[in-house]
Ligand binder design. Structure first.
Ligand SMILES: Nc1ncnc2c1ncn2[C@@H]1O[C@H](COP(=O)(O)OP(=O)(O)OP(=O)(O)O)[C@@H](O)[C@H]1O
Length: 767
């Protein structure tokens, strides 16, 4: 028998859904009207464009008219899409109108007020708020407050109220499945339910169960630099996506979705998170991977990707990795800055500007112009002035060239059609004499002839940033632990790579930074927020460059130092110090998340036992099976067991991933299993996760999660270095429900030495 309370709540849901139904009907009519209007305007626009272009003389008039019509088309299309979105929101709400209720009593009131919280607001025709948006100021009480006096921040300042009741709902198909009162921030029962679900192809929003510390990240509006260090599965990615939705709501009038940019770890991840914001009625922010961002800026050159770097990691000597650390430091980028602003101007890597094998402006001329600029002027401004001077010189050169015999010869060769083409557009009879007419044509011929030169100046092709960078490297102040010979070798290597049109990743950010500082450009002033997920995979040098590229942004860096692949862990505090130093921010904040939600209690316990500092990780209490370690003495046996395991997992779980250390291993495993089980090998170019078993190297699984994970070959031989702790930890924490680990021969010491009671592991050994 349902309680009276339950029945009353269901009645209210029915009432709200009924009101939503009315609104949906009303909105559908509006939508049809808007749609017809769009069709009408578009058709009108189409007719005008096709008819009037035949009448050459009408062109100018037509184009003004068209512009006006194009504006009209945009407006009606926009209007239609706003109504369409509203309709979508109302439909979503009528399935599940809200997930929370808070009863509050303000000081100056006698009666308490019941407020219902959902993914969007719904105001009825009497202006009553039937649902409050989860991002409304008052809604923060639902996430942060416990019963009693509570504060919340509104645009008008801090408000106080008394929280009398907090109730949570699970509503589906307009029916309450579950409801309970809680004094906790958001009760564990709801979370248990949300986390116990099978993995979907794409990430879901978590607004119904946001935890208090996640809420701090979501609602922060004070800091210029927000660093979130959160253990695997602690909801970092979820929190930043809800944060973006929050910011879009909070700054509705001044912030657009495409003024927010998220650096994501790979394309699979970009697809994986692409539904969250639309499910909250918002447009997606811009997304880019580091590789896309860099490649775009190095046209024609092949820049090493992070993935290629992982694959070659073992070939790096200690000296080489010391040099790499130096090149990826803030200190190195600071030297670039000082060099660009002070030293380089006397020593710029200018080259001759040539056209058809002939020098038009030699580098000495360019150098002189550059050096005539005021000493204290910014390098980028000197460069701009040099360009402008060169363009002026080019114009003079064009004037002189007009009278050269080759131009006469060219004019003489024109047939009458070509001749008339040249003077078309010029009013008949407006030339004073024949010379005037000849000059008019000659000028066009010469201008065309020099167009490439103009483009070359405009694009700054008289400057070679790659040579300049080499000059920089030759004069850099080295850290004490780097030997001159090793550095020379590094410069030599840079040269060799460049000949093959290749650039190592550690040189990419410094070259771009140097190029932008000296030449100007490369900056996006419109972007307001910058988010970097998996920040532990970025060097400080890369972050400095990214910040330079988006100078006006507030920065949000999210990551987990323990999930660093192929490198040793760095403490978040030391990282924050470095970042504060690098970005010179005024207000910064580090938020740590230690509670892990993704995996079962058993999997999280196993994963934390791998880490020297794993104790701080708090496993969410969702029970499951103990992780299983399968040990076999031959590769063949191991593969047979992998296939068996994958088949059973596929039968009971939604998504199954076989995760390897690198691509070479993934390819080999895939070749062995694919004839026996439906599987897909994923690589860097993949954008979405197929059904069945997927095989992939760990760096492609970053940020993703699967119902079942099978870690391939966690043997002593394969995982023998401290640098691989993060890799194993990251693999284990990709799993939500089941984790199996296969070893060929003895198990890695990282696992063998882990402090985990033996009954928390299932060992399946046959040697
Ligand atoms: N408050 C929450 N309510 C419901 N589910 C949550 C909550 N927080 C996190 N989760 C779930 O936990 C899982 C992990 O979240 P998310 O991917 O955001 O974590 P992460 O910290 O970015 O992980 P990682 O660093 O390991 O990639 C997701 O399935 C997410 O939906």
């Amino acid at each position: 028998m349902e309680s009276q309370d339950f029945q009353n709540e269901q009645k209210r849901v029915d009432y709200v859904v009924h009101k939503l139904g009315n609104r949906i009907d009303q909105t559908k009519l509006e939508y049809n009207k808007a749609h017809n209007e769009t069709k009408r305007v578009q058709q009108n626009y189409g007719n005008n464009t096709s008819v009037n272009y035949f009448e050459v003389d009408d062109r100018i008039e037509t184009s003004a008219d068209l512009q006006q019509q194009r504006g009209l088309v945009n407006t009606v299309v926009q209007n239609e899409s706003i109504i369409e979105n509203q309709l979508k929101t109302y439909k979503q709400l009528s399935n599940s109108p809200y997930f929370g209720r808070i009863d509050v009593l303000d000081d100056d009131e006698n009666d308490s007020e019941k407020l219902y919280i959902g993914t969007a607001s719904f105001v009825d025709d009497n202006n009553d708020f039937l649902i409050y948006d989860w991002r409304a100021p008052i809604s923060s009480i639902y996430y942060n407050g416990t019963l009693g006096k509570v504060n919340y921040t509104t645009p008008a300042g801090k408000q106080t109220t008394e929280l009398l009741k907090k109730r949570q709902f699970q509503i589906q198909n307009s029916k309450i499945d579950n409801m309970f009162d809680t004094n906790e921030t958001v009760g564990d029962e709801m979370l248990q339910n949300a986390l116990g679900q099978q993995n979907d192809e794409t990430m879901q929003n978590i607004v119904a169960t946001i935890q208090s510390e996640q809420n701090d990240i979501i609602r922060d509006t004070k800091n210029d630099l927000l660093v979130v260090q959160g253990v695997a599965g602690s909801g970092k990615t979820s929190a930043i996506l809800q944060r973006i939705a929050f910011l879009l709501y909070h700054s509705r009038s001044s912030l657009e979705a495409d003024q927010i940019i998220l650096f994501s770890p790979n394309r699979l991840f970009s697809h994986y998170i692409s539904d969250v914001l639309p499910s909250l009625g918002e447009r997606n922010m811009r997304q880019v991977t580091l590789q896309e961002f860099i490649d775009h800026r190095f046209e024609g050159l092949n820049v090493q990707s992070l993935f290629e770097r992982y694959e070659n990691e073992k070939n790096l000597s200690i000296n080489q990795s010391t040099i790499r650390n130096f090149k990826e430091s803030h200190q190195y980028m600071k030297q670039i800055y000082d060099y660009a602003e002070n030293t380089a101007p006397n020593n710029m890597a200018f080259n001759d500007l040539m056209l058809d094998g002939q020098v038009i402006f030699d580098n000495e001329v360019i150098n002189n112009i550059y050096n005539e600029q005021p000493k204290l002027m910014k390098s980028a401004d000197k460069f701009l002035n040099t360009k402008n001077r060169l363009i002026k010189l080019l114009k003079k050169r064009i004037e002189l060239e007009v009278y050269k015999p080759w131009v006469d010869a060219k004019i003489d060769q024109l047939n009458s059609e070509q001749y008339h083409d040249f003077i078309a557009g010029h009013q008949l009879g407006s030339f004073q004499d024949e010379d005037d007419e000849r000059y008019f044509i000659a000028k066009q011929i010469v201008t065309e002839h020099f167009r490439k030169m103009y483009d070359a100046i405009y694009n700054g092709n008289f400057f070679n940033p790659y040579i300049q960078y080499k000059k920089f490297m030759k004069q850099v102040t080295l850290e004490k632990n780097i030997k001159d010979n090793n550095w020379k070798e590094n410069i030599f290597d840079y040269d060799n790579q460049l000949e093959m049109h290749k650039i190592n990743l550690d040189n990419a950010a410094p070259i771009l930074y140097l190029r932008d500082l000296l030449m100007g450009g490369g900056q996006n002033q419109k972007m307001q927020y910058l988010f970097v997920d998996e920040m532990q995979d970025y060097s400080i040098a890369q972050l400095v460059y990214i910040k330079h590229a988006f100078p006006r942004t507030k920065i949000n860096l999210i990551g987990d130092s323990e999930q660093a692949l192929f490198k040793e862990v760095e403490s978040p505090e030391s990282l924050l110090n470095k970042l504060n130093d690098a970005f010179a921010t005024k207000r910064s904040r580090l938020i740590t998340l230690n509670r892990s939600y993704r995996s079962t209690y058993q999997i999280t316990n196993f994963a934390k036992s791998l880490l020297p500092t794993g104790n701080k990780i708090e496993a969410f209490n969702r029970q499951g099976k103990a992780p299983e370690i399968i040990i076999r003495d031959s590769e063949k046996d191991a593969i047979d067991n992998l296939i068996k395991k994958a088949k059973t997992e596929l039968a009971s779980e939604g998504t199954v991933a076989v995760i390897t250390k690198n691509l070479v291993e993934a390819k080999s495993v895939y070749q062995h299993i694919t004839t026996q089980i439906n599987s897909t090998l994923l690589d860097n170019a993949d954008r979405s996760l197929p059904k069945g078993v997927v095989v992939m190297p760990i760096y492609l699984a970053k940020g993703l999660e699967f119902d079942s994970v099978i870690a391939w070959n966690i043997s002593k031989e394969n995982y023998n270095s401290k640098k691989l702790v993060g890799t194993l930890y990251t693999i284990a924490t990709r799993s939500m429900h089941h984790l199996s680990l296969i070893s060929i021969g003895k198990v890695s010491p990282i696992i063998a030495n882990a402090k985990l009671p033996i009954n928390e592991l299932k060992i399946n050994r046959q040697i």
